[in-house]
Design a binder for this molecule. Structure first.
Ligand code: ADP
Ligand code: GN1
Ligand code: MG
Length: 372
């Protein structure tokens, strides 16, 4: 397996518009989906140039060609807006490096799809916050992202993964996985399965609000984890939103919520000591402030009111997805140890429970920002 990817990677490297001599090639980052590598080139006497090379997850993203069309559309649009606003488009948005044939991807002879980005230097993507300011900054970055794309022609975006945040549909898939129990693991996850079933109404709540016309469909990121935003090493600002695979029409409250479930947690997503896991209200407030500011007055009062629900629903959904994957045999998320997905689902459910207990406080915090 490792050998197969080495051969595919070597083939891919030879087919991008790179210059200079490759001096290092290492696996990079902690994403759960794509295979990511950091390549360093020595360009004659000019010094080193770093790039990101990724093999897209073809199982998760069935049509990598259309996916890349989305990314080119969105990054070209952002580049324009950033330039007009006097920003630095080389650092504030992803920049795709074309393949030798000019396409934004390379398909290798094994059927793997690769793409490459300019590496964003002097910035870091964090797997856990070190201080509230970082989460505030990521909130501003994701809020800005949504504001900048507010007038993007949403109908030109391909729906990369159907029903990506359709929690109700995901609940049905979960139930089927429990019923089929192909790995005979359900017995080991009885409590977690019950946790999901006890909260079924959560799965439909936001979808119903959308159907009733209470929540507008917007161009959203849909995977707003803290480690999908680059934080500038010098200024501490959230400079660039990355991982644009799932940019699609969606709900702003879900973008908010996914950030909270990951960034406002006091522990890592896969922490096994659940006594360390809680939803920090200080972090929750920091992100809320940043996100609402970043959105620049575009969120409706109903959207702001439903931000806590976005946090609870996204955490519930993500826990359910981890548990589904555990039951199905770890076929979706990358795992690094046995029962990794079970551990991950447990932290998410601990967070949901904590949010239930802190519900009134969350609502009060959000209410402070109504007037923005
Ligand atoms: P995944 O879908 O697997 O999460 P990402 O696109 O998020 O893939 O990439 C994984 C990690 O690689 C990111 O969390 C980040 O640390 C790093 N990364 C990705 N693109 C860049 C880039 N252009 N510059 C710097 N780091 C990057
Ligand atoms: C995946 O790609 P990455 O690691 O940033 C997943 C998200 C989950 C997240 C859980 C395309 O995000 O939806 O919320 O893991 N991305 C996809 O950590 O499924
Ligand atoms: Mg990522």
């Amino acid at each position: 397996m490792a050998q197969a990817i080495r051969a595919q990677k070597a083939e891919a490297i030879a087919h991008f518009q790179y210059e200079g001599r490759l001096i290092s090639d290492i696996p990079f980052g902690n994403g759960h989906i794509n295979d990511t590598f950091l390549l360093t080139f020595e360009v004659r006497k000019m010094g080193v140039m770093k790039v990101i090379l990724q093999r897209m997850n073809h199982k998760v993203f069935e049509d990598p060609v259309l996916l890349m069309e989305n990314i080119i559309g969105v990054t070209t649009y952002l580049r324009n807006k950033i330039t007009k606003a006097g920003g630095d488009p080389d650092r504030e948005t992803l920049n795709v490096i074309p393949a030798l044939d000019g396409k934004p991807f390379y398909k290798d002879s094994f059927g793997g799809y690769w793409r490459s980005y300019v590496f964003i230097t002097d910035a870091t993507s964090f797997d856990q916050v070190q201080n509230p300011s970082q989460l505030y900054q990521s909130g501003v970055a994701f809020g800005n992202f949504q504001r900048l794309l507010a007038d993007y022609p949403a109908d030109t975006l391909f729906e990369v993964v159907k029903g990506f945040h359709d929690t109700k549909a995901r609940l049905e898939i979960f139930k089927k996985a429990v019923q089929e129990d192909v790995m005979c693991r359900a017995a080991r996850a009885q409590q977690e399965i019950q946790f999901v079933l006890d909260r079924e109404e959560l799965a439909g709540y936001l979808g119903e609000c959308q159907e009733k016309g209470e929540l507008p469909l917007r161009v959203t990121h849909n995977d707003t984890k803290l480690n999908n935003v680059m934080i500038d090493n010098k200024t501490g600002k959230g400079i660039c939103v990355i991982d644009l695979d799932t940019v699609m029409p969606g709900l702003a409250v879900n973008d908010f919520g996914d950030s909270i479930r990951f960034g406002a947690s006091t522990a890592a997503e896969d922490e096994t000591d659940l006594s360390k896991v809680s939803c920090s209200m200080e972090l929750f407030e920091a992100y809320t402030k940043g996100f609402i500011e970043g959105c620049g007055g575009r969120l409706t009062p109903r959207e702001i009111e439903l931000l806590p629900m976005g946090a609870k629903a996204m955490t519930y959904e993500c826990g359910m997805r981890f548990l589904t994957d555990y039951l199905q045999g770890d076929v979706y998320f990358k795992i690094h140890r046995e029962e990794h997905n079970l551990d991950r689902c447990r932290t998410q459910f601990r967070l949901v429970k904590d949010m239930e207990e802190k519900w009134e406080i969350m609502k009060e915090i959000v209410a402070k920002y109504y007037d923005y």
